[in-house]
Design a binder for this molecule. Sequence first.
Ligand code: ZN
Length: 449
Amino acid sequence: MGLPSDGDPPATAGGTDNQRRMTNSKQRIFVQRCIAPECRAKYNLDDRLYVCSRCGGLLDIERVEDFASDASSSLRDLWLKRRISADARDRSGVWRFREFLPFDDDIEVVSLEEGNTPLYDAPRSADYCRLPQLKLKHQGCNPTGSFKDTGMTVAVTQARKLGVRTVACASTGNTAASLAAYAARAELLCTIIVPSGQISHAKLAQALDYGAKVLEIDGNFDACMNAVRELAEDESAYLVNSINPFRIEGQKTVAFELAEQFGWRVPDHLVVPGGNLGNSSAFGKGFRELVSSGLVDRAPKITVVQAAGAAPFAHFYADPSQAFVNEEHPKTLASAIKIGAPVSWQKAWRAVTETGGSVLTVTEQEIADAKAMIGRDGIGCEPASATTVAGIRKLVEDGVIKTDESVVAVLTGHLLKDTDYVMKYHSGSLIAPDGSQIQPSSAFIRGQD
Ligand SMILES: [Zn+2]
């Protein structure tokens, strides 16, 4: 456990060879920093902690030296050249941007060639939203079928660097599948805690095949999160939920990749599903770093869409003068975002307010219809991902998104993650948590427009 400091960066000049090496390394350029404005305690990169040991606040990885602003064009060229390189780090859409990651160049990365995901046109979904310019960034095209891989490659690389034997997480399914795969690659033991009977068979199957030890507990995701935090307290396991700031470092590179795909201009709006809120936190951080280093001139407005039955962040957005209240019994069929106590809400709040975005909710019927519409574009996503298109449709209707603005929806998981939902929707037997039946739209099931 590290002790906080307020002074100079942790490594010092002179002394042993090791110290001299650290002086020129990322150990000196990056620190862990508490995000609480009244605290701002600073820790070494390799201090094994998940929250501030002084105040309990969330930690950010912070770069204490800025890039020279004239470096931006050479960085863009360098990153582009890496796309045709055979180096394992260059094949990864995360490590390709390693100048912004808190590791030395000689770090042995744990990678499955994550990232480099497609940015699709989606004309039918665009029509559905009454929007000419809608693109879908499909993070479900990662190696284990969800966005989690971009964060996990960095967190598990850090775990191996710290010399831990066991990594652990609480999960609604996607984190479990991803961590299990990366732990297997790193030859680490992996313990996963999931809510009994509440995660899809596909996700559970992934975790089992990758060799994880899966513990099911009675209770929801938030109960699992409490259990795994207890497990991590005595250092018998290294916690890699998105409270771990190294996860966010990996996920922030999606902002870099997206900016590159847009020719280093950015869309007007970036819309993401909201569960544990690690994604919106990471995109906010990524774009903040891109703007401050001169790689782009502005950030997109980051908007978070939650399922109406699991929407503590949207309730807070509606009245930020009130304290943040967790949702004790979150309810949605979009299991990936069925979370009532999102650990990263303060970072997500920073992302939304800094960029001028918003937070809204959509119903189970709206999620299901939007998902089927995305499917009609030939793109398969899991239910949580479809909150984005459902939300964009409402934002256009309400005039929050103008029809001449460019919009990107982030799809977070692949269709094959939850096929039961799909079969039930299209056969008219999908039942919402409140007992009502979700009606399949005839337009989707009969192939009409
Ligand atoms: Zn603190």
